[in-house]
Each structure stands twice: as C-alpha cells, then as structure tokens.
Design a protein around this ligand. Structure first.
Ligand code: UFG
Length: 349
C-alpha cells in the first residue's frame, strides 16, 4: 500500500516525501516538474536510502492518472501539486484556476473510481480574510482570500467539503500553511525558486550569498513592534511532519477537518533580517520600500487544534530555520540547476 504524493518534487513535497519514508510509508510521486526539479527527488532517495516510483505527469491528464492507480496499490493521497505565486496568479488567473482546480477535481474523480477516499490537501493561510486586529488566527476565523491563487485554494476547500458531505466514506484533512522556510538539515533539499524570489527568506538567502544586492523591506509603518510586517515562519521539516500526523488521522477516521500548520509565534521582517545575518555571518543590506499591495501587517496562527487533535506541534525555532536555509543556500548556490539540466536524463539515475 502506498501514499500517492502529488507535487512530490517541490519544496514542500520533497520534505514531505522524506518524512513519509522515515515513518515507514511507501510512496509514489507524481509531478510534472514545471516548477521543480527531478534532482530534488533523487536527493530524497539519497537522504532516506529508499527508492520509490516517480511519474512525470500532469494531473490534467486523467488517463495517465488512471494508469498510476492501476499500476500501484494506492490507499491515500497527499495532494500538494499546484501553482503558488500570488503575484503571477493576479496576472494569469486562467492558468491558476484551470490548473489548481481541475487537477484537484481530476485526482478526486480518479480516487473515487478506485475507491480511495483518504486525502490530505495542501491549503494556505491565505484563505483567511485579511485582518490586523484578530490574531492569532484559528481555523474558524472568517474566510476570504484576496487574490486568485488564494481563491483557488478556497474553492478547492469548498469542493472537498461538498465531497465529504456527499459521501461519508471520504476522509479529508486540509492543512493551512503559514510561512514555510528553512530546509532539511542535510542541506541536500530546499527551496529553489525560479528567477527572483517573491518570498522573504529565499530573498534574504540570495542577498546573503551576494546574488542580489539589497533586500527591499515592504513598509516600515505598520502597527507592529518595529513597523515591519509580522508573519508566522515555520520550519519546512515541522510542516512536513504535520502531513504525516494529518495522514495518520485521515487514515483512522472519516469526515473533513482543517488544521493550521504554524508555530503560533510572529516575527517581523527586521527580526528575520537580523536572525539571517547571525546565521550567515554576513551583513544583509536593506532599504525601506513602499508597502506591497495586498500585504497585511500581522498574520500568525493559533496552532492549538493541530496540537490537540493531531498531536502535532512545531518544534524548530527561528535560529535553526535561518541556519538551515543558509546551509542549503551555501551548498547549492545555483539551486538544483546545473547538475542535471535534463529532467528525463536525471530520472534514469
Ligand atoms: N517582504 C519584504 N521584502 C521581500 C519579501 C517579503 O519585506 O522582498 C515582507 C512582506 O511584506 C511580508 C513578509 O516579508 O511582511 C513575508 O512575505 P512573504 O512574501 O515571504 O510571505 P507572505 O506572508 O506574503 O505570503 C506567504 C506565501 C503565500 C501564502 C501566505 C500564507 O507566499 O503563498 O504566506 O500566509 F499564501
């Protein structure tokens, strides 16, 4: 019996694969590698010493999904695949709606066909309505995404809820991520954004290593301790372990539940800069820029539901988040790129 991991080649996906394998699960990975690298998957095998099947397939191709279910004994799915850039989603809503929503409908349709009804879905804190006054955010906080990417996550959450209502055999766990950062302690897998990073920590990493000259801090006039935005940064290994706990719950129950995966602590952009400077031993030049459209001042999780119902808590602190990010950045100054330019050749290893 295996867990099908969609998007297993990505930043979160590779870390989830490592944790699943370390917990004794068999896995099958499906990824179209549009925003990830086969080399990441090769390194999951190196870290764990385990092997597993990988399908380079788009979830929009139902026939190929059927083949995967026919060729493997799959009994649950962790569905991570999807486009994830807030900025790009505002420019290319068709791309986001078509890919994220249709691929989820396809995977659920094929799951139903094969009577596989256990799924953990990767959602985001971006589904919550923006608020600066009601922190921390618990799962019953009002919903209301403010960008197309977030709306695809919200629509999928509603779809999964309807699915659960229609058939009580389904068991569904929805994980709302806060801000995943850091990397596996081996330094072999980590975040490898294409082009200029949009997110703070990969941007800090590129400035620290000298690939980007200066960090722009988007606003220093927010109502926070130092005026810069506050977020709930969570180590990606903690986040990945949250998937294993959620899967265990999904395996043992039916129905649908939503869980925040965050630490419950907020750090400002300036605190992040200082922590990254310490971890890297490098000075990080920054300048104050105007606020970024759509940003809220403060966003951090109430993670107590995951603690109480899944038995999961985030354990890794800010220092290690920055150290592990820096370790990954130093070991892989060009990300996965360069070593294995052709995904198909790399797959043959
Ligand atoms: N920031 C900067 N400069 C940068 C990048 C970010 O000052 O170059 C600031 C932002 O203004 C914000 C903080 O750093 O205050 C964190 O920004 P990120 O872009 O790293 O993360 P966000 O909180 O904006 O968004 C992230 C993911 C979304 C997800 C959301 C969930 O990118 O996909 O968390 O809360 F939906």
């Amino acid at each position: 019996m295996a867990v099908l991991v969609t998007g297993g080649g990505g930043y979160i996906g590779t870390h989830v694969c490592v944790e699943l394998l370390n917990h004794g699960y068999d896995i099958v990975v499906v990824d179209n590698f549009s925003n990830s690298s086969v080399e990441g998957i090769n390194r999951v095998k190196t870290i764990t010493g385990k092997t597993f099947k990988i399908y380079q397939t788009d979830l929009l191709h139902k026939r190929k999904l059927i083949d995967i279910f026919e060729q493997n004994s799959i009994n649950s799915v962790i569905h991570l695949a999807g486009y994830k850039s807030v900025g790009e989603s505002t420019e290319k809503p068709i791309k986001y709606y078509a890919n994220n929503i249709i691929s989820t409908i396809n995977i659920c349709e094929i799951m139903k066909k094969f009577d596989v009804k256990k799924i953990v879905f990767s959602s985001s804190a971006t589904v919550y309505a923006p608020s600066n006054n009601h922190q921390p955010i618990s799962e019953n906080f009002p919903l209301g995404a403010t960008n197309p990417y977030g709306r695809t996550k919200l629509i999928i959450e509603h779809f999964l809820s309807d699915l659960s209502q229609s058939d009580s055999d389904w068991s569904i766990g929805i994980l709302r991520y806060f801000n995943p950062v850091g990397a596996h302690s081996s330094g072999l897998i980590g975040e490898d954004p294409k082009g200029v990073p949009n997110n703070l920590v990969p941007y800090l990493a590129r400035v620290a290593i000298g690939k980007l000259p200066v960090l722009s801090i988007f606003g220093n006039d927010y109502p926070t301790m130092d005026g810069t935005g506050v977020r709930d940064y969570i180590h990606v290994v903690d986040l990945a372990q949250g998937h294993v706990y959620a899967l265990q719950k999904v395996e043992s129950t039916t129905g649908i539940d939503r869980y925040n995966l965050g630490t419950g602590k907020g750090y400002s952009v300036l605190e992040m800069v200082h922590s990254y400077e310490k971890a890297s031993g490098r000075k990080i030049p920054y300048e104050i820029a105007p606020r970024r459209k759509g940003d809220v001042a403060i966003c951090y999780a109430d993670p107590s539901k995951a603690r109480n119902e899944l038995g999961w808590v985030a354990k890794i602190g800010l220092k290690e988040m920055c150290q592990d990010s820096w370790n990954w950045q130093q070991n892989n100054p060009n990300g996965y790129e360069g070593d294995h330019p052709s995904p198909l050749n790399a797959l043959k290893r």
